[in-house]
Design a protein. Sequence first.
Length: 134
Amino acid sequence: MNLQAYAITPNTKPRMTRADKWKQRPCVMQYRAYKDALRELSIELPESGYHLIFVLPMPKSWSKKKRAEMRGQPHKATPDKDNLEKGLLDALFVDDAHIWDGRVSKYWGDEGQIIVKRIPTYDTLDEALNSTIH
């Protein structure tokens, strides 16, 4: 299947210390709950050729007009897209060194969502440099 959508609000991985193994900081507890939810959803991510689309929920404080204007628009605020990807990869894999090719985007939406879309990739550097596909 080329597209898989998961109903979960994306989250980033907080900086953790040794004390976080026993200390229950809210940001760490929230990330642990996120990891558990991701595992329950059985998200599968290929080692290459994926486009992760993070849909971040709009604040409830926004007016109906602003929500209508921003729905589906690029999310240009924090969290950064690389931090969202890191949070997901660290939750799914003990070691994510085998992941070598992927794209990440983030958009505003009514509900949080992670969408995994398969995209074409190149198997070698020569293929990537000599391709006419953009």
